[in-house]
Design a protein. Sequence first.
Lengths: 269, 444
Amino acid sequence: MKTIISLLTAAALVSLAGAQTLSIKGSDTLGAKLVPQLKEAFMAAGNKGVKFEIAAEGSSTAFPALANGTAQIGMSSRKIKDDERTFCRTKGVYVKEHPVCHDMICVIVNKNSPLTKLTKDQVAKIFTGQVKDWSEIGGAPGKISIYTRNTSSGTYRDWQKLAMGGRDYPSSSLKMAGNEQIAQEVAKNKSGIGYVGLAYSKTPGTKALPVDGVEPVAQNARKYAYARLCYFYAPDKPNADADAFMKFVESPAGQDIVRKVGFIPVKDL
Amino acid sequence: MQNNKSVHRFQLAVSLLGCLPVLAVTTIPEVPVHAGSAETIATESGATGLLLGKFPGASAFDKAWSVFTLYKNDNNQILQEFSLQGRFQIQYADGHSNDGHFDIQDYKNNGHNESVWGDRLEVRRAYFGIKTRWFQNWKLEGQIDVDTDGLDGAGPGHTLYKDIYDLYLTYAPSDAFNISIGKQEIQLPREQEISSKEILTFERSQSANMMHPGNLTGIWVNGKGIGEHWLYHFGIYGNDQVREFSNFNGGTLVLGKIGYDYSSQAGLDSAIVSFRYLHNSQPGFKSAEIDPNYAAPTSPAFSDSICLSNDLIQGRFGLTTDLLYGFGYHGNANQAGVTKSINQPDVFGINVIPSYFIADGLQLVGRVQFATSAGADGLSLPSRYEGSSQTTDKKGNTYTSLYAGLNYYIYGHKLKIMNGIEYSRLGGGDYDGYTFLSGLRFAF
């Protein structure tokens, strides 16, 4: 009988241990590629027992999930809002901010374009379709071809907010599956313009333009118009797995992955 | 589980009443994200809301409150959100002072046209309205003040509608720049800036209320995150407080604010210091507009007011501090078409509100108030509820008050129970007593 009870207890403990899942929810900027790669590296570094659940549904989903206890780490491409922090506090969750990286979105044109720079105003006018021909802003005559991410991409909406004052893209804009496709199309089309993550800004056949006189390089992340700091948010007393994962992300190994994926490590600036 | 079922049943019933399609248990699907995925995998943020029978949220409360969102879809280029908003707050008060017992019945009998249920419960606030977002950057929102017993005011044809509490159109292209036009509550101290949905005490401080110009019509700009740390507000308003929108015949009120967020430098969760300046071109003005169902309030008798505020949050701890100074007005004022002489001394006030979560959802709140006036009778007892006591001398030159309260959050600030006790003393006047308060606050 004792043996049976011991076995049942052990089985229960094993199943409980097995049920430990590190749930990370929020920003699709972080959750699409960076966090999954960090997860892989974290597990490869000897943390195979941790199960991950990553849901990248937008920064605003991070905080209700933290408040309700359905996430141990929230991902956000913006700072927490007052009402979000307040709601978490009333639920007994006192969130702490952990900067993870800078995200930079660069404007690229074909390498043969005579343009060498743009202003924020010109970028907004191009991507909203107010300016339709390169000659209107000092380029060689030719209809502007706009390459954007597809509508299901978080970056598609982020760019609207960051660069277009929330206005809509023109119907003529061409929707691409990702950074790589945008860069490839711009490289082929001398009238093309698009936006890509920093890692794709040096794609052959393209050139990334300074905006308002600021070069799109990592060192300028604090002053470049389309750059932002991204964060993890977690309870002030995170569980062991969440704590270990966040420490890994802050470590040189974690920050190296941040760099490789195309973001800018916080400590680089 | 039972709780969830009840919520689902309620949602189903509400939807059926409106003959709408129902998916009562629909939630936004989570997207599994796999390492090495080449590109962004984001959900197509589907439309949700009562009109579609889709109620997102992780908890039963989330789903229940999502009923107030009629339609929400970030991907719709024309209309992104159409929601109902409002608040409903009831409270009970019972006080004892050197002049005897007083309660809400005395408050009602003192001629306050407010909804009182029975003789003991006051409907402190009942607002109802809409909140909408259009073309990504345009917001139209507003609320009416609701007379829940239909008995406020003296005119015929009592209705639930009392007045427009706020109604404004905002263009918000970025966090750094918003511009709005319409009617809103004027916010001088930080305590006033915190919505009555979220204030930690039952009533705002005596000095804050004394310098509060009410809800006025105007145009204002505001923003935050400038140079990462700076925030601002600048507005210009008609000084006449009326039932709907200003007639612009009572002078002008100008409000300016500048703030600095020093959270990162201080290593705190949130830390903001701010300074505000308010100028009133016609202190003491009262509209002559006659409306039997609306008693026009009088503009504060201060030509200028300033406030230095500091607001801190760190973990369970919070601290809001306001230092106010009102430059008293001495001269004539037009009050409902009659010229009256005003002689208001300068007033200084300091209000400190610490708070601490002693358990999940249970918050201990304190408040220390001190106000003094440069001349006799420069301060008045707050109408709720000390002003309802039997005292015959409600004016003085120093006001001291200590508050201790316990707030229990059932669903954040959207559903909470508050209890508190406040001791106050009016120097140079006649009041020394305490008030016990208990209330329920609901907001959506």
